[in-house]
Write a protein that binds this ligand. Structure first.
Ligand SMILES: Nc1ncnc2c1ncn2[C@@H]1O[C@H](COP(=O)(O)OP(=O)(O)OP(=O)(O)O)[C@@H](O)[C@H]1O
Ligand SMILES: O=P(O)(O)OC[C@H]1O[C@H](OP(=O)(O)OP(=O)(O)O)[C@H](O)[C@@H]1O
Length: 214
């Protein structure tokens, strides 16, 4: 096989589903994917080299061209606004971004405090609503913020709704549906169009066949 493409993979939640999808699309991935702590994994038979990154960093690697392609949540794409092509919705790791808060909690402040791991998404959203807010960036356990008085509301991912429920919070507004996306570095796309299109089409066929079954 000619060119080896480098793919940035998000560690964590998306990883397993993404590995399954690639295997189902016919890319033989070595057992290291299931058990190793390596951050660079070669899959020569698939013509791919993988770098395993923090989910929020995947578009950075792809934008800088150290990875030709990558897999990132739409939430990360909205937050990071990187200069990459988003070529395919992989329809995995489904969830949504929402505003949540305490039930019957009403803002006392002119600019309510909003805690989020997604400060850009939160700022854009409230600006579009014409609402002045103060955004506080957190890195996790966002649901804590309204419980202990750090923020009036949060902008966070909801999947089953269990975290909100178990912490006595309610969803107030839905912002956007989220799934994982296949992203491509624009220069790599021009250089390796045939290989990248082949990968995109294989994955597209697989994703569509899964949708037909549902
Ligand atoms: N509860 C969830 N259910 C389904 N998908 C989710 C959920 N939370 C996040 N995701 C999706 O999975 C991606 C990665 O989430 P994950 O929790 O693995 O990483 P992270 O929280 O960004 O990383 P870290 O915990 O290392 O900071 C998110 O960008 C989002 O697209
Ligand atoms: O609706 P649910 O199914 O409960 O899922 C939503 C939760 O999952 C994510 O948190 P994660 O587990 O990644 O932990 P974090 O607080 O470290 O981000 C997200 O930030 C929510 O807290």
């Amino acid at each position: 096989m000619s060119t080896v493409l480098t793919m940035a993979m998000p560690k964590g939640r998306i990883f397993e589903e993404a590995v399954d999808l690639l295997r189902q699309a016919g890319y033989p991935l070595p057992p290291e994917f299931d058990e190793s702590r390596k951050l660079i994994i070669d899959a020569p038979e698939a013509g791919l080299r993988f770098i395993l990154a923090k989910p929020m960093d995947v578009p950075t690697y792809v934008e800088h061209g150290v990875a030709d392609i990558g897999i990132a949540g739409k939430d990360v794409m909205l937050e990071e606004e990187r200069d990459v092509y988003e070529v395919l919705d992989l329809k995995i790791s489904e969830c949504y971004l929402a505003v949540a808060g305490l039930p019957n909690g009403h803002d006392q402040r002119v600019a309510p405090k909003i805690a989020s791991k997604y400060p850009n998404v939160a700022s854009h959203y409230f600006r579009e609503q014409g609402q002045q807010v103060e955004v506080i960036k957190l890195n996790g356990s966002i649901e804590l913020a309204p419980l202990i008085g750090l923020a009036d509301r949060i902008v966070d991912i909801v999947s089953t709704g269990r975290t909100l429920k178990e912490n006595g919070l309610v969803e107030l507004e839905k912002i956007a549906d989220i799934t994982s996306r296949l992203i491509v570095n624009p220069a790599s796309y021009r250089l390796h169009a045939t290989r990248i299109n082949d990968l995109v089409e294989r994955l597209r066929t697989l994703v569509e066949s899964k949708e037909d079954v549902q």
